[in-house]
Design a protein around this ligand. Structure first.
Ligand SMILES: NC(=O)c1ccc[n+]([C@@H]2O[C@H](COP(=O)([O-])OP(=O)(O)OC[C@H]3O[C@@H](n4cnc5c(N)ncnc54)[C@H](OP(=O)(O)O)[C@@H]3O)[C@@H](O)[C@H]2O)c1
Length: 276
């Protein structure tokens, strides 16, 4: 078992761009306990392994029981297989967490699904599922664990959004909209819990090398930027969460797109037309 150590706050390679809103929480880091959704694959899996490495007791949540078992075999901790799109699943997860972990010091909402292709022919069932997993599930889970965090006066919430939520991506209408919802959710929630000991960190990754693209049924085809390793994204988002940062872009330079978009939407649209 490894010794408890603080995560690297300075990143290797390009520096992450983070907002400097501070003093959000006095909750200790590493957290004693963490509930991680999307822990069966990709970024969530990497985050769960990193946390376990720091002796955090983790509740791994996903649908694929065998994949969760595999992660649990390395990370230890507990696993709970459930479909987060199902109504009431957040209550089942929260009660399992209370039973197995006691207090949840850190909630990582990483479960998510993608979708690519024209919106006008998108399967409505798939659209509902995407919104349920990407938007409703994190909101409901936060709703389920937040009261106890506020009662204790400490806790951390880490939401995994996407660059696509800051600047709508062509061919990913529903996905972009779902991740944009998380931007508004994180911003507004942060105001609400400010000064009450709970931090809210939003991670906005660019392309990451995970099964995400295969599972959405459309491979990642851009030659640039190259998809990042999930472990790097996990490191950066956990480091941002440890600092209590409001948000972290991975890679950091991608925040430029949002800045241009915010400063001048027409210029952004022209550039996006040229560079895709
Ligand atoms: N990969 C990228 O390029 C990229 C870029 C930006 C943001 N993101 C975001 O990063 C997060 C993690 O994605 P990833 O790249 O790590 O993809 P991934 O490898 O496909 O992992 C997705 C995770 O979400 C879980 N999940 C999906 N639907 C679920 C459901 N209905 N109920 C419970 N769990 C469910 C999956 O669990 P099961 O496999 O057990 O069903 C899996 O653990 C997502 O929110 C995604 O939108 C990804």
């Amino acid at each position: 078992m490894s010794t408890r150590s603080r995560p690297a706050v300075h990143d290797r390679g390009s520096r992450p761009v983070v907002s400097r809103a501070r003093a959000a929480t006095s909750a200790p880091w590493p957290p004693r306990t963490a509930l991680v959704t999307g822990a069966s694959s990709g970024i969530g899996r990497a985050a769960a392994l990193r946390l376990a490495d720091q002796d955090t007791q983790v509740l791994l949540v996903g649908r694929d029981g065998a994949a969760l078992d595999e992660v649990a075999a390395v990370a230890g901790g507990h696993r709970f297989a459930t479909d987060l799109a199902a109504v009431g699943s957040e209550n089942a997860v929260a009660s399992r967490a209370a039973e197995l972990l006691g207090d949840v010091d850190l909630l990582v909402c990483c479960a998510g699904v993608g979708a690519a292709g024209p919106f006008d022919v998108m399967n409505p069932t798939r659209l509902r599922n995407l919104v349920a997993v990407n938007v409703l599930s994190p909101m409901m889970l936060v709703r389920a664990v937040l009261p106890a965090m506020l009662d204790r006066g400490r806790g951390r919430i880490l939401l995994v959004g996407s660059v696509a939520g800051a600047v709508g991506v062509r061919g990913e209408v529903a996905y972009s909209a779902s991740k944009a919802a998380l931007v508004g959710f994180a911003d507004a929630l942060r105001y609400e819990v400010a000064g009450r000991g709970v931090s809210v960190t939003l991670c906005l990754p660019g392309a990451v090398d995970t099964p995400f693209f295969r599972r959405r049924g459309a491979p990642y085809v851009r030659r640039w930027p190259k998809p990042l390793p999930p472990g790097l994204v996990a490191d950066r988002m956990l480091a941002a969460c440890a600092r209590g940062d409001a948000e972290v872009w991975v890679p950091g330079w991608m925040s430029l797109a949002a800045r241009v978009h915010g400063l001048s939407p027409p210029i952004y649209r022209r550039l996006a037309g040229v560079f895709g």
